[in-house]
Design a binder for this molecule. Structure first.
Ligand SMILES: NC(=O)c1ccc[n+]([C@@H]2O[C@H](COP(=O)([O-])OP(=O)(O)OC[C@H]3O[C@@H](n4cnc5c(N)ncnc54)[C@H](OP(=O)(O)O)[C@@H]3O)[C@@H](O)[C@H]2O)c1
Length: 244
């Protein structure tokens, strides 16, 4: 019998990442949970799933040595790496017309996590993903990377970069590895807990007439992991908000 497949989900102590962890664990994957500061929440999720199924690693994906250690610990713990979900991300809410507030430092910080972090984690993971012969990377991007919207211009630009990174990587790592992205609209997570203004807008405008739930996104991540003939795609999951 072959060993259970292993998945690394970055930024998975809460929100979308935690939902992906639970969903993949439910499908029989061994899962690695990761966060930077929410160590207690990450360990609690591992306790919930059981130590045979889940393992926690504290690591900041924006730090190269941390990203490399995160991947190394995953392979050490579960013997292989089949799926990488680059979910860890960060933002700052800045009105788009406040150009002065979107400083170069804000750009650098958001790019360090949302783009460089995803890149260096993927590079570290690639030899292991290739070794499986059917590896899959899913990047958690945003509607903000597809449409002129989002919590700030630096955030939206970083997610647009992540979308193009998805296509560029998919172009060179097949056939052993597929690379796709999911681009959520507003999802109810700790990140958006006080975004009631946007939630009201989405509920009023989107065809689905509600904000997204973490499970809505986990469902699509799992679909992309399963879809052996899909690569280089960015899948918008926003209840149809992009139509408005
Ligand atoms: N919620 C939405 O409406 C929405 C919409 C579109 C896209 N997204 C994307 O979805 C992803 C998950 O967000 P969420 O809404 O689920 O938020 P969340 O519940 O706040 O989760 C974010 C996770 O990322 C981790 N993280 C942040 N920076 C990290 C780093 N440098 N290294 C490792 N982990 C890091 C956080 O860990 P700590 O708690 O330890 O900091 C946390 O576990 C993000 O990429 C975000 O851009 C969210």
């Amino acid at each position: 019998m072959s060993a259970p497949r292993a998945a690394l989900i970055t930024g998975s102590a809460s929100g979308i990442g935690a939902a992906v962890v639970r969903r993949l664990a439910g499908e029989g994957f061994r899962v690695v949970v990761n966060s930077v500061t929410s160590v207690g929440a990450g360990r609690a999720l591992v306790d919930e799933l059981g130590g045979d199924v889940a393992h926690y690693v504290q690591a900041d994906i924006a730090v190269l040595a941390d990203a490399q250690r995160l991947v190394a610990e995953t392979v050490e713990r579960f013997g292989q790496l089949d799926v990488l979900v680059n979910n860890a991300g960060t933002t700052q809410r800045i009105p788009h017309d406040d150009l002065e507030a979107a400083t170069p430092d804000v750009f650098r910080h958001l790019f360090d996590v949302n783009v460089v972090g995803a890149w260096q984690t993927t590079v570290a993971a690639m030899p292991h993903l290739k070794a499986t012969g059917a590896g899959s990377v899913v990047n958690v991007s945003s509607l903000a990377g597809v449409r002129a919207t989002g919590s700030s211009i630096p955030y939206a630009v970083s997610k647009a970069a992540l979308n193009h990174l998805t296509r560029l990587l998919a172009n060179v790592v097949g056939p052993e590895v597929r690379v796709n992205a999911v681009a959520p609209g507003l999802v109810d997570t700790p990140w958006t807990a006080d975004w009631d203004d946007i939630r009201t807008l989405v509920t009023a405008m989107a065809p689905a007439q509600r904000s997204g739930q973490p499970d809505d996104i986990a469902e699509v991540v799992l679909s992309l992991v399963r879809s052996a003939y899909v690569t280089g795609e960015v899948w918008v999951v926003d209840g149809g908000m992009h139509l408005r």
